[in-house]
Design a protein around this ligand. Structure first.
Ligand code: EPS
Length: 381
């Protein structure tokens, strides 16, 4: 089973991740991992921290001569900011603490402090920070390279930032090329301009803003995941992965919440056969009965605004229980484009896990043989 563990605090020395269960013989290009990490850092409305960091992954084990060995893959991403925090975040007795006593509404601060019995909420926020998502993007970029070997591609876009939507997009290659270059992850240049003005307004009023991101997975065979048991359902596992991303409050597959407003004939996708099975529409978002059905998988996620507000909300000081304003840590007015890179990564991981559950072997040769045999059987079905 493909799995991973991350470790690291936002102002600690580095982020570390170990991935276990990757077969041998997957070609790995470190530049692709670093390009994904760079994408996660981009976006209009990002805060000061991204000017300090230049994220890149160092592979410490499990890869030799650009190919995976089948052994655990360890990666490390340096926190450049560490040099400014060594005396605060060091593992030995520290001279300064930079304590936080005023929990931010919307952050892990208060519940985390209660749960782990930390009076200094820095001990919570350091790990709860979305900095951890850099490690997950590295994992996703690794998984995407396994999927790429089988022609499976992932595409991401930002659907809306606050009230500004990327209008009526035609999701062709030219659209996704513009999305890649857009500072807000939009394909429409006119909507992009409106979104940037909107973010400026949000920022100048000491606010933050969220949005919706969308990931598509193309060229999947039918039958990843399963209907036979709840924990093997592909949509359930994707939703779990996406909801585990900091700041995500909602996940939709295909038509999502809209299915509750339409009659059955406007929800279910009619089946046709033309040398192979396909659907006339894709309201199911590529998943029926917990399994991929061969249509593109479409996942949307709603990101809430980042909880650190320069114009802070009311909270309570843990020291004397007085009503005060929340602590202000450095923040991002808008991190939705970065979030799209993170959600793409967690979707890549879940698809790779389901792919290996179905075709997995210890090495690429075994997986390719199983994959080719399955495709042949499906063609003849
Ligand atoms: C982030 C790093 C953080 C924040 C942000 C995401 O850096 P710092 O805490 O030094 O400013 O910029 O995280 C949050 C705002 C949050 O609330 O989690 C990153 O690398 O993405």
């Amino acid at each position: 089973m493909l799995r991973y563990l991350t470790a690291g605090e936002t102002h600690g020395k580095c982020l570390t991740v170990i991935i276990e269960g990757m077969p041998s013989g997957v070609k790995i290009d470190i530049n692709k991992i670093n390009a994904a990490l760079a994408d996660r850092q981009k976006g209009y409305g990002r805060g000061g921290r991204m000017l300090i960091e230049k994220d890149s992954a160092e592979i410490l084990s499990g890869v030799r001569g650009s190919y995976t060995l089948g052994s655990p893959i360890a990666m490390r991403i340096e926190n450049r900011d560490w040099k400014n925090w060594e005396s605060i975040m060091g593992t030995e007795e520290c001279e300064s603490k930079k304590e936080v006593f005023c929990p931010r509404p919307g952050h892990a601060d208060l519940s985390g402090g209660m749960k782990y019995n930390h009076e200094d909420l820095r001990n919570v926020l350091e790990r709860a920070s979305a900095r951890e998502t850099a490690a997950r993007v590295a994992v996703g970029a690794l998984c995407a390279q396994l999927l790429e070997s089988f022609g499976i591609e992932l595409k991401r876009r930002v659907v809306n930032i606050g009230e500004v939507c990327d209008d009526a997009p035609v999701l062709d290659d030219a659209f996704y090329k513009r999305v890649k270059e857009s500072p807000v992850g939009f394909g429409s240049e006119e909507a992009q301009k409106r979104a940037m003005e909107y973010i400026d307004k949000i920022k100048s009023s000491g606010e933050s803003i969220g949005g919706v991101v969308e990931i598509r997975v193309n060229n999947l065979v039918p039958g990843l995941g399963s209907y036979v048991h709840y924990d093997r359902k592909l949509d359930a596992n994707i939703a779990f992965g996406v909801m585990s991303v900091q700041a995500i409050k909602g996940v939709e597959i295909g038509a999502g919440f809209d299915v509750a407003k339409r009659p059955g004939s406007k929800v279910h996708d009619e089946i046709v056969y033309d040398g192979g099975f396909s659907r006339l529409t894709n309201n199911a978002g590529g998943i029926e009965g917990g399994m991929s059905n061969g249509e593109p998988i479409v996942v949307r996620a709603a990101m809430k605004p980042i909880p650190t507000l320069y114009n802070p909300l009311k909270t309570v000081n843990l020291k004397d229980k007085s009503q005060v304003k929340a602590s202000v840590e450095r923040s991002d007015a808008c991190a939705v484009p970065a979030c799209s890179a993170v959600v793409e990564a967690v979707v890549a991981f879940e698809i790779a896990k389901a792919f290996l559950d179905k075709f997995g072997g210890d090495c690429m040769a075994d997986i390719c043989a199983a994959y080719d045999a399955y495709k042949k059987r499906i063609e003849e079905y």
